[in-house]
Design a protein around this ligand. Sequence first.
Ligand SMILES: CC(C)(COP(=O)(O)OP(=O)(O)OC[C@H]1O[C@@H](n2cnc3c(N)ncnc32)[C@H](O)[C@@H]1OP(=O)(O)O)[C@@H](O)C(=O)NCCC(=O)NCCS
Length: 173
Amino acid sequence: MPIRKARLQDAEKVHALVNSLSGDGTLLSRPFAEICENIRDFTVAESSGGEFQGCGALHLYGPHLAEVRSIVVRPEWKGCGRGQDLLQALLEEAEQHGVGCVCLFTRIPEFFQSAGFFVVEDRAALPDKIYKDCQVCPRLYRCDEVAMAHGVLPDVSILGPREPVEQLVRLAT
Ligand SMILES: CC(C)(COP(=O)(O)OP(=O)(O)OC[C@H]1O[C@@H](n2cnc3c(N)ncnc32)[C@H](O)[C@@H]1OP(=O)(O)O)[C@@H](O)C(=O)NCCC(=O)NCCS
């Protein structure tokens, strides 16, 4: 069954599915404009009949790091292997870009462990993720997600803090 890069025509379905799970914090809420702007990050899964089954995105920070975001399968298609199909496609995409490490934050580490992701105990090892999302996240000091990575953790970062460094140190401890 097809796994393909998303097109702008998919943006409404992607937006509806991602935001259907943002209320309880399962996924980060993403405005429609942001989905459209970043639609090229997304990969979608379709049934053989062309039905939209789910999606996932690969955000590129740089050659050192990418991130799996917004990976979700529609409830009626769960358990059919489409989540792992999407994850494999995103990992292959990272490889095609020559990116050495793919990270993500999740509440379901078991799902990602089976695809070779490992738990990153010290989030400070992923500073670009912290600079991009964590410091503006409402759950900054009560984050219940597990940081994970696939590949070799980067020894460089390219984003800088928007908040005082002390806040980020608090986050990382
Ligand atoms: C997580 C999700 C994408 C998995 O999609 P899926 O198509 O149902 O998963 P698959 O059928 O590919 O499952 C493959 C394996 O992962 C396991 N798995 C699936 N969902 C899981 C979950 N929530 N927690 C732990 N393991 C899970 C399955 O048991 C299966 O293992 P098996 O091969 O040993 O039987 C889907 O459940 C979903 O959309 N969840 C809500 C959104 C979400 O939580 N996204 C992750 C945010 S970081």
